[in-house]
Design a protein around this ligand. Structure first.
Ligand SMILES: [Fe+2]
Length: 211
């Protein structure tokens, strides 16, 4: 059973109002969705801790406990995906991938341009998120489609870039045209943060491989 005294999550406020190509209105509405995931995550943990469902009746077909666990994963994904997404727009304009990350991109994709072409295509295909991630097992980079907040990716990866491609991320600025939004996303993201996560991932890979 969950511990009723588990600390509550709270939404991290944005440190900007807008970025070039993505409006303050889009960010303000989008932030409300993020807050919704935070609140639902807290609610589900509280509910499980309250003993509302009998864990001994949990089943893969249908059970109250199982349904709470399924929605917990979805809402944790929604909360953490958005936290990373909003974080990476801070002071991003003009930043570049570090030397170590650039080298890794070239090793795994041939060049930055080829990686970007593949990432954009991944984003055009996704029903939720496009992710550049680092495989803890192989120490390599992968562009992955997430069709929901918590679905479509292998578990043992570290996210380096999460690009929201749900329509709510761009419809107010671009209608249903996703491509110009993706261009704006690229112009605004902070490669210093992304590169730092890459360096952390490399260290994690060393520890992972040595276990
Ligand atoms: Fe979103």
């Amino acid at each position: 059973m969950e511990n009723a005294s588990r600390p509550k999550y709270s939404a991290v406020p944005l440190k900007y109002k807008e970025v070039q190509g993505i409006s303050a209105k889009t960010f303000s509405e989008h932030f409300k969705l993020y807050e919704g995931y935070v609140n639902k995550t807290n609610e589900i943990y509280e509910k499980i801790a309250s003993g509302f469902a009998d864990p001994s009746k949990s089943a893969g077909t249908y059970s109250e406990y199982g349904e709470a666990k399924r929605q917990l994963s979805f809402n944790l994904g929604g909360m953490w995906n958005h936290k990373l997404y909003f974080h990476d727009f801070e002071n991003g304009a003009g930043t570049k991938p570090s030397e170590s990350l650039s080298r890794a991109i070239t090793n795994d994709f041939g060049s930055y341009e080829k990686w970007k072409e593949d990432f954009v295509a991944t984003g055009m295909a996704a029903r939720g998120w496009a992710m550049l991630c680092f495989g803890l097992d192989d120490g390599r980079l992968h562009n992955i489609v997430l069709d929901a907040q918590n679905a479509g990716f292998p578990a043992t990866v570290v996210p380096l870039i999460l690009m929201d491609v749900y329509e709510h991320a761009y419809v107010m600025d671009y209608g249903v045209a996703r491509k110009p939004y993706i261009d704006s996303f690229f112009n605004a993201i902070n490669w210093t943060y992304i590169s730092k996560r890459y360096d952390i991932s490399v260290e994690m890979h060393k520890l992972w491989s040595a276990q």
